[in-house]
Design a protein around this ligand. Structure first.
Ligand code: IMP
Ligand code: MG
Length: 174
């Protein structure tokens, strides 16, 4: 059992998702947008976000296993499921649930840039800026949240709690 407190309401998420979608709609007009969701955590955010973006786009997914430390070159992440679309010349927007140390996204950005994409930018629902260990530019951030372990709206603790409509901080039980 966990106890939790709500930190971002369902309504606040919905209006922030709309704002981000409007910015993406402006920024990517006339470009070849490919939205790539990072599984599993980004599935709800991506689903809501793409429905508010008024542009042609392709959608794909990627899944990585993280080893928690080290750098890309020493293999901090392993690809579990790769993308399937042709990415050369495309404008990729990586969609992540939460940026914590930054390792996952730094590695993925490097990996996708190697595939001759025109651009690779990052959109994250939550930016835990204060925990950053590896520099990564978050181009679109939903919420900056400094502390705590968060669940809901796609975010899990031990694979549970992803289904909550709001974002919660775990206060005990971890
Ligand atoms: P990092 O930025 O490479 O350290 O890893 C980010 C990943 O760690 C995210 O994609 C999440 O899967 C996970 N993560 C980090 N903080 C949280 C949290 O508060 N709740 C749920 N997952 C988290
Ligand atoms: Mg994740």
């Amino acid at each position: 059992m966990i106890t939790k407190e709500e930190v971002v309401s369902r309504d606040a998420i919905a209006s922030r998702v709309k704002e981000i979608a409007q910015a993406i709609t402006r920024d990517y007009a006339g470009r070849q947008l490919v939205m790539i969701g990072i599984l599993n955590g980004a599935f709800i955010f991506l689903a809501d976000l793409v429905r508010e973006i008024e542009l042609p786009m392709e959608i794909d997914f990627i899944r990585v296993a993280s080893y928690g430390s080290g750098t890309c070159s020493s293999g901090a992440i392993r690809l579990v499921k790769d993308t399937e679309l042709a990415l050369a010349g495309k404008d990729i927007l990586l969609v992540e649930d939460i940026v914590d140390t930054g390792r996952t996204l730094a590695c993925l950005q490097e990996l996708l840039a190697d595939r001759k994409a025109a651009s690779v930018r990052i959109c994250a629902l939550i930016d835990k800026q204060e925990r950053r260990e590896v520099e990564v530019a978050v181009d679109y951030a939903g919420f900056v949240i400094a502390e705590g372990f968060l669940v809901g709206y796609g975010l899990d603790y031990a694979q549970q709690h992803r289904q909550y409509p709001a974002i919660h901080r775990i206060v005990s039980g971890v």
